[in-house]
Design a protein around this ligand. Structure first.
Ligand code: C5P
Length: 201
């Protein structure tokens, strides 16, 4: 059985958490596609060419401890605008999506470009304030010394770059279900997502 759930949305909207918990609920595999771009961006900070870094990405690159930092997030967003970088990462994502047993992928272009035929598409959003507060809590919780204003600016810069790029910009697929998590707890957001999947399953 193949069954694909595509989740897109801006930075820190809750895509990753919803994706992980949805996958656990249905016993599906989960791929945080942002990690592919973060690992590629991370390697460019070491001086590697972005396209080569994406073409030669290894499983161990996805385990680097600092992939979640704002600096790596910005590097990810810069390399993500390069069409050859995106091209290098497509086959892996599509193969993951069609693996037997079901898959959840979250990112920016999953419902539009990677899996336009996904059985369920969710577009997860939240207000800028809520997203910045959540990301601040995450970063300070893991020992990073950052301010609310820096986090907010970081998210807005990435969202603007991700939305404006010519190649696979951040966008909701026409048939995506909008899930605004601004006033929802994680449990409520996941329960809503589960109900949407159950409707088509
Ligand atoms: O999801 P996350 O914030 O970790 O993604 C980091 C960056 O990777 C995003 O800002 C975006 O530029 C890029 N990305 C992308 N397409 C995806 C997933 C992430 O362009 N499917």
């Amino acid at each position: 059985m193949t069954f694909t759930i595509a989740i897109d949305g801006p930075a820190a909207a809750g895509k990753g958490t919803v994706g992980r918990l949805l996958a656990a609920h249905f016993g599906f595999a989960h791929l945080d596609t942002g990690l592919l771009y973060r690992a590629t961006g991370r390697r460019t900070l070491d001086g590697l060419d972005a396209v080569e870094a994406a073409q030669n990405l290894k499983a161990e690159d996805l385990k680097a401890p600092d992939l979640r930092t704002p600096e790596v997030g910005q590097a990810a967003s810069r390399v993500a605008a390069i069409p050859e970088v995106r091209q290098a990462l497509i086959d892996f994502q599509r193969a993951f999506a069609r693996r037997s047993g079901g898959a959840v992928l979250d990112g920016r272009d999953i419902g539009t470009i990677i899996c336009p035929d996904a059985e369920v598409k969710l577009y997860v959003t939240a207000t800028d304030d809520v997203r910045a507060a959540r990301r601040l809590a995450e970063l300070t919780g893991s020992g990073h010394d950052v301010s609310y204003d820096d986090v907010l600016q970081d998210l807005r810069l990435r969202d603007a770059r991700d939305s404006a790029r010519a190649s696979a910009p951040l966008a909701a697929a026409k048939d995506a279900i909008l899930l605004d998590t601004s006033t929802l707890t994680i449990e409520q957001a996941v329960a809503t997502a589960i109900a949407e999947v159950e409707r088509v399953r």
